[in-house]
Design a protein around this ligand. Structure first.
Ligand SMILES: [Zn+2]
Length: 306
């Protein structure tokens, strides 16, 4: 199992961004291993970033386990919570000021608006029966198009001065949404899956960038960090393809360059469902306890029997 640390002679900067909401499983192993391989092949740097923003779902125990499991797989990184580095801190829970700065920039630019809808309001507005998607995709990536209840009627750019005029420096206990350019086609060439195409306002709607409980959204934190940490290529699961379209809009609004995108095919279980952290029997810990080696896990025919 290779474990040589790539040199950082090239400009390539990749990242590993586990979310410590459970133990890593086979699907994560393959995606993270691919990220490591691509950084190594480019003789680039690899950053470990712990995406521990959500205090309700993240646990320190899972963060520790993620680092341990990835090391066991043979994956090594140059910068991270355990090593430090020029872009520290590497835990999202300690980077609030970065996200707040990005939120302010979006506000000043007229890209976002406050949304007071409760979950109940949204469910009522989206009265058409909605398939429960929680078992298939992250709700984040698959949320229904926002029906526009709180969306300002004017162009947000025209609204910006009035919002900026309030000298709003803090999001307060309110959700904030990014206004997507309805009808615009967002295209990108995925380095693994080829050309991708999503239409704003159709495939996805105005999305939350800041939550009323004071937590920045995954989309905002991810974009702010990828730019701040000078990431040149994002390797992650194909469940986030639609999020990439959203993030391209955020990169543009914030004046950041897009990184390259490389989405890995998802590992599915024998029912054809993507692996989730609830598949405990396919967690790296469980497989390791059953005597499987990293090579077994990375090369085995899947789906593995749970
Ligand atoms: Zn609303």
């Amino acid at each position: 199992m290779p474990s040589i640390i790539p040199s950082s002679a090239s400009a390539y900067r990749g990242r590993l961004a586990p979310s410590p909401t459970g133990y890593l499983h086979v699907g994560h192993a393959r995606t993270f291993f691919t990220a490591w391989q691509r950084a190594r092949d480019a003789a680039g740097s690899l950053v470990m970033r712990m995406e521990d923003l959500d205090p309700d779902r993240c646990r320190a125990e899972y963060a520790r386990a993620a680092l341990e499991d990835l090391r066991w797989l043979g994956i090594r990184w140059h910068e991270g919570p355990d090593k430090g580095g020029p872009f520290a801190p590497y835990e999202q829970s300690r980077r609030h000021y970065i996200y707040l700065a990005a939120w302010r920039r979006l506000l000043r630019g007229g890209f976002i608006y406050p949304c007071h809808c409760s979950r109940k309001d949204l469910a009522a507005a989206l009265s058409a029966p909605h398939e429960n998607s929680h078992d298939k995709l992250e709700p984040l990536d698959d949320e229904p198009v926002y029906p526009g209840i709180c969306r300002p009627s004017q162009n947000t750019a025209a609204q910006a001065p009035s919002l900026a005029g309030q000298k709003l420096d803090d999001p307060g206990p309110t959700n904030w949404r990014f206004r997507v350019p309805d009808g615009e086609t967002i295209e990108f060439n995925d380095l693994n899956l080829g050309p991708q195409r999503f239409v704003a306002g159709v495939d996805f709607g105005d999305f939350v960038v800041w939550r009323r409980d004071g937590v920045p959204s995954y989309q905002l934190a991810c974009v702010a960090d990828d730019a701040a940490m000078r990431i040149t290529e994002v390797v992650r699961g194909a469940d986030l393809l639609k999020s990439t379209a959203r993030q391209i809009l955020l990169h543009r609004a914030l004046g950041f360059d897009n990184p390259g995108w490389f989405h890995c095919r998802l590992v599915v279980d024998h029912n054809g469902r993507r692996l989730a952290k609830r598949h405990d029997a396919l967690s790296l810990r469980a497989l390791r306890q059953r005597g499987l080696t990293p090579m077994n896990i990375l090369s085995a025919e899947l789906p593995l029997e749970a």
